[in-house]
Design a binder for this molecule. Sequence first.
Ligand code: ZN
Length: 412
Amino acid sequence: MTTLEAIFIFALLFKTGTELLLEFLNRSQVRKYSDGLPQALEGVMDDETFAKSNKYTLAKSKFGSWEMLFDAAVLAVVILAGVLPALFQWWTGFAGESNLSSALFLIFVMVLFSVPGIPFEYYSQFKLEERFGFNRSTVKLWIMDKVKGSLVGFVIGFPLLWLLINLVGWLGDYWWIYGFGIMFVFQIVMMVLYPMVIMPLFNKLSPLEEGELRDRLMALSDRTGFKAQTIQVIDGSKRSSHSNAYFTGFGKFRRIVLYDTLIEQLGHEELEAVLAHEIGHYKKGHIPKMIASSAVMMFLGFFAVDYLASSEWFFEGFGFESANLGIAFLLFSMIGGLFTFWLSPIFNKLSRKHEYEADDFAKNAVGSSAPLSRALRGLSEKNLSNLTPHPAYSAFHYSHPTLIEREQAMAD
Ligand code: ZN
């Protein structure tokens, strides 16, 4: 075993072990309340819904833990048994060693390694979600989504990969700074194009229909200076009864999207509060902040790929004969998560701070915290959200504060 393989095993065991421990802690926390709601949560949901949400949390956690173990085992085999070098040798044997061949190889490997996870995805959607009444997809729709998703991924991903791999030859040592620039611009462009071009391939987006609700939401949008061109409704109910609302884009391209399931589940006053929260994200400049922090990560990522791509030991350590930028991207994408996982509490902390700010904005915009609080309670109930996560678990996994944390913050 090489030193690099030993580091890999250690990082894999450490991350997977931590994740399993977090799941275990979270399940223990949920089981503490098997007799009913803790006092601090009384009135938030009825006992029956609370019990059901605990069951849902436990089921997801157990299933997620098996999936995590399975993924870790697959990754360990792929990296340690020399699967990648063998596949690469086989590939270059007939496809050559051109940049085009490298880019295609990367796509091939990504598709190949997504296959073992498919049964888990199927189980999650058609067994687990189904059991708790959330699934509304059909097997046919699910397969169509997979096929369409792969095609879209190929059409966008392949030229992008090919371009990145060619940069070294075209630009020399500083290719990675240009690579970062290209990816950064790509990300910004996708923020605009994704809802316009890609999302309609999967969902129907339509403007919120005329009427009292629309008038009310548009009035809020004007009052807060957001001045929405339109509010869009997405047919999320096609696949799941989970509900959501989100804000995307920037400047002229900003848009607010409500799930049709959200409109079914909440009253007008509550929907107004949810919209105010989304407008809060815009007014407080959260999108540019998120773009900036992801740009920093991406810059560091490109720097790391460039460094690894020019290090013989990196390729030798994983059983490759010679350095290859495409392979550096591949190994980085497969293994990078073992290290970036440890940053998730920082990014979640930032995200939760933004949620508090958006809540505060909403409270002021609608004149009271009551409608948002009712909306959040309604959403927790309909989505069977876990109200009592373990603090360590929420630090790693929660981009949003819990319902109670949000209500308390609004009361201050
Ligand atoms: Zn939010």
